[in-house]
Design a binder for this molecule. Structure first.
Ligand SMILES: [Ca+2]
Length: 213
């Protein structure tokens, strides 16, 4: 996959560059959603929380116990913190504000992140999920970072349709081979956890390939 500025009239250039048309065209249609304004907007997904906030809930649909964190304040919660302020391995829904980038890990201190593609996810706001799948009751460490969509360009990828989570990763400008995709916490095509939806910031394109180029 390649993420780059959209310097040409995108469609012909993109299709011509795909190695196998049929499989890739479906990817093209899904991948080249472009936000309707100049900011990165996650496909109509909104987060009704403060722009610097993220709120995590123990139950689906924002029920149960909850914990509010801030990108510029309380922004690092390992399992020992979660056990006190929310609960460990219990989170089922969350909201992430529009100026927040979140890394959510299966293990405290994100142990295993370097060796296992499925041990962490990365998401930028605004984003809301009302029922986690695959990673329900899984999160043991939350890290938040300030995020400015005007200065930091990320393609957001999700493993489930309709931007569900699933697994999720962020791709900055650049080229990504299969090992690189695994490092971004998504699996390879044809496998569980592979990319099923993406959001591409306005003015950029994601060129996808069905195999390494
Ligand atoms: Ca866990």
């Amino acid at each position: 996959m390649k993420i780059q500025r959209n310097q040409r009239s995108g469609k012909k250039a993109i299709i011509a560059s795909l190695s196998i048309a049929v499989a890739a065209i479906f990817g093209y249609l899904a991948l080249n959603y472009q936000a309707s304004d100049d900011s990165l907007v996650l496909a109509g997904i909104q987060a009704d929380c403060g722009p610097d906030e993220a709120i995590f809930f123990s139950d689906a649909y924002f029920y149960g116990k909850n914990l509010t964190m801030h990108a510029n304040g309380f922004n690092d919660a390992p399992a020992s913190f979660l056990s006190i302020f929310l609960c460990n391995d219990c989170i089922s829904s969350f909201k992430i504000g529009k100026n927040v980038r979140a890394r959510l890990c299966q293990n405290t201190n994100c142990a295993g992140e370097d060796s296992r593609w499925d041990s962490a996810i990365d998401i930028v706001g605004p984003y809301t999920v009302n029922q986690l799948e695959d990673i329900n009751d899984w999160i043991s460490h939350i890290k938040l970072f300030p995020y400015n969509p005007d200065e930091e360009i990320f393609v957001q990828a999700f493993s489930l349709p309709e931007y569900g989570v699933g697994h999720a990763g962020l791709f900055p400008l650049g080229n990504f081979s299969s090992p690189d995709i695994l490092k971004k916490h998504l699996n390879l095509p044809g496998n569980h956890g592979s990319i099923s939806g993406m959001v591409v910031p306005n003015g950029y394109v994601a060129i996808i390939y069905d195999k390494d180029y």
